[in-house]
Write a protein that binds this ligand. Structure first.
Ligand code: DX5
Ligand code: ZN
Length: 216
């Protein structure tokens, strides 16, 4: 069963509680994008808002850290209620240590890779993580188009993860729409993140239902 994780980045931040309530009955996880204006050009939210979201929903929080020096903020996001905490391999010279730190904080560790980052970067730590996140856009903004070459990368990662026990989730993030979710799921994704395709729809809940029909 494919899991669907709406990304709150495309929600109306002035009415975040109501926006989350719209997707809650159908979503499996809530994807929360944290950006620092350094690793990516955009600035978004921090632990305070994650904590506020946590108080409003029973959905597990899938926190995607697009920040430099993520190890400085692990305990803050753990306290804020993150279920998964995903760091970017590109900014973690001591990735193994950072993963251990996340686990020790009682959170499920994930590692994300930008479109141009090789799968080799995470080869040695596949059995240490709960989730691998493949970016299918260059991170920083919602509403971008899926980069086609990433599809092969998803297929290859799925192949490698089949040999790992217990098998981490394979999450894909960026440019996922009702029209292309079937092919992304077919490539081996187990969690689909979608921001604009869900919160940009007139009925976010039915957008999830339509996505689920596509991947069933
Ligand atoms: C991109 C973020 C995504 C974003 C996806 O930097 O990591 O989670 O919200 O948005 P869509 O689905 O609109 O491409
Ligand atoms: Zn994300």
């Amino acid at each position: 069963m494919i899991k669907i994780a709406p990304s709150v980045l495309s929600a109306d931040f002035g009415a975040l509680g109501e926006e989350i309530a719209k997707v809650e009955p159908e979503a499996d996880l809530l994807h929360v994008d944290v950006m620092d204006g350094h690793f990516v050009p955009n600035l978004t939210i921090g632990p305070l808002v994650v904590e506020a979201i946590h108080r409003r929903t029973r959905l597990p929080l899938d926190v995607h850290l697009m920040i430099q020096n993520p190890e400085r903020y692990v305990s803050a996001f753990a306290r804020a209620g993150a279920t998964y905490l995903t760091v970017h391999a590109e900014v973690c010279p001591h990735l193994h240590r950072t993963i251990q730190q996340i686990r020790e904080a009682g959170v499920k560790p994930g590692v994300a890779l930008n479109p141009s980052t090789s799968l080799h970067t995470v080869e040695e730590i596949l059995d240490q993580v709960e989730l691998i996140l493949i970016l299918s856009v260059n991170p920083g903004f919602g509403g971008q188009s899926f980069i086609p070459f990433v599809l092969k990368k998803i297929e290859e990662m799925a192949r490698r993860l089949r040999r790992v026990e217990p098998r981490p989730e394979l999450e894909v993030d960026g440019g996922i729409k009702i029209e292309n979710c079937r092919v992304v799921a077919g490539a081996g994704a187990t969690i689909l993140v979608a921001g604009s395709a869900i919160f940009g729809a007139s009925d976010p809940r039915s957008a999830i239902v339509k996505m689920r029909e596509q991947v069933a």
